[in-house]
Design a protein around this ligand. Structure first.
Ligand code: C6P
Length: 415
């Protein structure tokens, strides 16, 4: 499928599926049922072809060359900044920083913003459902600055305890850094409210949007968030590329995070001055092909429409939950009413990695383990879960196959 009109007129998700070459293969003799989209989603041919075209015909370094090839590469590379701006409704392209992923984006804020703004006794609020990418960078900067980490607890249902959050906020709160959508529970957190309350307390907000931007309309102006971090490879784009959105007035006050080429204005051994925002934060040759591929991925998603994607995925998510609930001997972790299209579950007495291995034998790809959220595993007293995570290109039939696969796992272990 190629022309935009095709997608716009009829959103035929079955047809859209045929855009994804990787989904056409067999794994272990079975058609691949790819249910690990929260780890990495697949790339449509349009994105793969765009990256290929860049490598074959357009490759040159960016921001450096006077020659045509370099200028064209720069234009293609920079066009991604305006596509990202549109995707998240940022006020300005200057607020879009290219990084290598969500992890890198959060490390940038923790080091640059945190390294200058945090002092001994200042408080950083995180939540119990954070991915390690939104815990460890804060621990590292807290260790350096003497700041203190406070943690919003998670309820049995898998929601943030908002009363506890409110009671934590105070004059010492400097930043609230929370996950928008949990990669384990699927919970969609009330980040607008969380942000309003943080701002009332005088704190800034960082949203880890790795699992929200791929699945719903995320509008940074509506949310009024100060920072937003996400990755391209969960957004039908390539690996090695991500975004940090930051409000310009805050970014202007932040020192560079890494030094090197492209991030400077003038360099001498006596004194170096820095480039303007956002380039100040982008030292060295960037991942050019990944940036251009991300632009193609955003074009692709916006042609379908994030609203339509959300609608389709929510139908699939409802079916997934319904099918899982109907199976005896497994328990879903997290029962949030507003959820992203994923579910984590545990078997009564089968280890997640055994289940994952057996499902893989049937061609079903799920993720098992702690999902880089060990504090959350501890909260729910489990060491690992099995997680099925969907994308708009998955089908009802694949959810049925997962349900049959789970029953096969249970029968294999005589349960
Ligand atoms: N979660 C998962 O299977 P990177 O690796 O930087 O692209 O993204 C890290 C990250 C940060 N926050 C959240 C909420 C995430 O889900 C992830 C990545 C994958 O759940 C791999 S652990």
């Amino acid at each position: 499928m190629n022309p935009a009109a095709d997608i716009k007129s009829v959103v035929d998700f079955k047809r859209i599926r045929s855009d994804f070459p990787v989904l056409l293969q067999k794994t272990n003799g079975h058609p691949l049922v790819y249910l690990d989209n929260a780890a990495s989603s697949q790339m449509p041919a349009q994105v793969i072809d765009r990256i290929d075209r860049y490598h074959r015909n357009e490759h040159a370094n960016v921001h450096r060359g006077i020659h045509t090839l370099s200028q064209n590469a720069t234009d293609a590379f920079e066009s991604t900044r305006s596509k990202v701006k549109n995707l998240i409704n940022a006020p300005s392209e200057d607020e879009i920083i290219f990084t290598t992923g969500t992890t890198d984006s959060i490390n940038l804020v923790a080091n640059s913003w945190g390294g200058t703004m945090l002092n001994r006794g200042d408080e950083i609020i995180l939540s119990e459902m954070e991915h390690h990418a939104n815990i460890v960078p804060w621990q590292m900067i807290a260790h350096k600055t003497g700041a203190i980490i406070r943690v919003i607890p998670v309820t049995d249902q898998g929601l943030l305890d908002l009363e506890a959050y409110k009671s934590m906020l105070g004059p010492r709160t400097k930043i609230v850094a929370v996950i928008h959508v949990s990669n384990v529970l699927g919970t969609v957190n009330p980040v607008k409210l969380i942000t309003e309350l943080a701002h009332e307390a005088g704190a800034v907000v960082l949203l880890d949007a790795a699992q929200s931007v791929p699945h719903m309309k995320v509008d940074v102006q509506e949310l009024d968030t100060d920072f937003l971090a996400f990755s391209s490879h969960k957004l039908c784009g390539p690996t090695g590329f991500g975004i940090l959105y930051g409000k310009k007035e805050i970014l202007e006050e932040m020192p560079p995070y890494r030094g090197g080429g492209d991030m400077i204005d003038k360099v001498s051994f006596e004194k170096t001055t820095y480039n303007r925002v956002p380039f100040r934060f982008e030292a060295g040759t960037p991942p050019i092909s990944a940036a251009i591929g991300t632009g193609a991925a955003i074009d692709y998603l916006l042609q379908i429409g994030m609203g339509r994607i959300e609608e389709r995925e929510s139908e699939l998510a409802d079916l997934l939950i319904q099918k899982l609930r109907a199976i005896d001997g497994i328990r879903i972790i997290g029962e949030a009413p507003e959820r992203a299209p994923l579910a984590s579950f545990v078997f009564e007495s089968i280890h997640a990695s055994d289940a994952g291995t057996l499902l893989d034998k049937k061609g079903i790809a799920v993720r098992t383990g702690h999902h880089c959220a060990q504090p959350l595993m501890k909260r729910f007293k489990v060491s690992a879960t099995t997680r099925a995570s969907l994308s708009f290109y998955n089908t009802e039939d694949e959810i049925d196959q997962l349900a049959a696969g789970i029953k096969y796992v249970q029968s294999f272990f005589n349960q």
